[in-house]
Ligand binder design. Structure first.
Ligand code: DAH
Length: 338
């Protein structure tokens, strides 16, 4: 009998519970109505008197130890999911999925449209030098057209600046590649402008450049018409107005027909029926020569557009600042599918 009690004592000592269920099974086995303890207390009556003291102490110790184990493990486990199998194939919750920023959406769409006619993406640095941002683009020092773009200079070195346009990327591309060239350079640009509904000190542009033998203004016009229709719809018309940029000759500004009023005239297009979307022109031979390209053999066109401007027209956004505030109520409206 005593042997059996000692075995049970050892069992109690070794017991470690891994779940609430195991703790309960252990409790029933030792302390339950039909458990070991009750059986031992019943057996106690039949133990000869001379052994009663030793046997009684042993079973009391067993009972206390068993109770102590139950107390130690009870309530340590979360019972809720104990019997539930974990389903690893179950899809996770899709609740708080974000959406792409409208500027990224429009940027990707512009890149995609030009990819389809052979343009590939090349990017330049945001911190530029004078040569790539101005001089190589036919804007020598003291040229009055530099005033068109208020520049952030790095204070200690007037040769280092934040690029004012992505046209700097076309210079870098021409320096490093031989024609035929067909490249698109999206990116962030900086200008020292007061922040308002129509202007910001940071914004985004996409630059396009195509250089080969016999590239003509007609090629430029056709590429831009294709872009406008893809971006704003099949019925869109374009209009080119003569303009001036130091890096192109001839130069033009391009308008698209206002799709808000179907060119009838509204307050968005200021009753002109058209909205300006970009600047463009035939790359000035001086720029080609500055970048090591033979201007007798090659011609090319370039264009530059503001991504915010395209996004405002496409989505009817009236205040440019909304793109930079990252208010989720604004951001989550944009379609994830484009
Ligand atoms: N860089 C000009 C700007 O920021 C935009 C531009 C106009 C780019 C004509 C061009 C171009 O490549 O040919 O205002």
């Amino acid at each position: 009998m005593l042997e059996k009690v000692k075995e049970l004592l050892q069992e109690v000592e070794k017991f470690v519970s891994k779940s609430e269920k195991e703790t309960e099974e252990f409790r029933l086995k030792f302390l339950g109505k039909k458990g070991e303890m009750n059986a031992l207390f019943a057996a106690f009556k039949r133990v000869p008197n001379e052994n009663k003291k030793e046997f009684g102490e042993a079973i009391n110790a067993l009972k206390q130890n068993a109770q102590a184990k139950v107390d130690a493990f009870k309530g340590n486990f979360n019972t809720e999911n104990e019997n539930e199998e974990i389903d690893l194939s179950r899809p996770s919750s899709l609740d708080n999925l974000g959406s792409r920023h409208p500027i990224s959406l429009v940027r990707n769409q512009i890149v995609d449209i030009f990819n389809r006619i052979g343009f590939t993406v090349s990017e330049g640095p945001e911190i530029e030098d004078d040569w790539h941002n101005f001089s190589a683009l036919n804007l020598p020092e003291e040229h009055p057209a530099r005033d068109m773009q208020d520049t952030f200079f790095i204070q200690t070195n007037p040769d280092v600046l934040l690029r004012t346009h992505t046209s700097s990327a076309q210079v870098r591309y021409m320096e490093g590649n031989k024609p035929p060239i067909r490249t698109l350079s999206p990116g962030r640009v900086y200008r020292n402008e007061a922040i308002s509904a129509r202007a910001h000190c940071i914004f985004h542009q996409v630059e396009g450049l195509y250089i080969d033998e016999n590239v003509s203004f007609a090629d430029l016009k056709q590429a831009l018409l294709y872009f406008a229709k893809e971006m704003f719809g099949e019925k869109t018309k374009i209009r080119l107005r003569p303009s001036y940029f130091p890096f192109t000759e001839p130069s033009a500004e391009v308008d698209v027909s206002c799709n808000i009023c179907n060119s009838k005239g509204c307050n968005v297009c200021k009753y002109t029926g058209y909205l300006e979307i970009l600047g463009c022109g035939m790359v000035d031979p001086n720029v080609l020569e500055n970048c090591g390209i033979d201007s007798k053999k090659y011609t090319g066109y370039a264009f530059g557009m503001g991504i915010e401007r395209i996004a405002m027209l496409k989505y009817g956004v009236k205040d440019l600042r909304l793109f930079f505030e990252n208010d989720v109520r604004f951001l989550k409206q944009f379609d994830k599918s484009i």
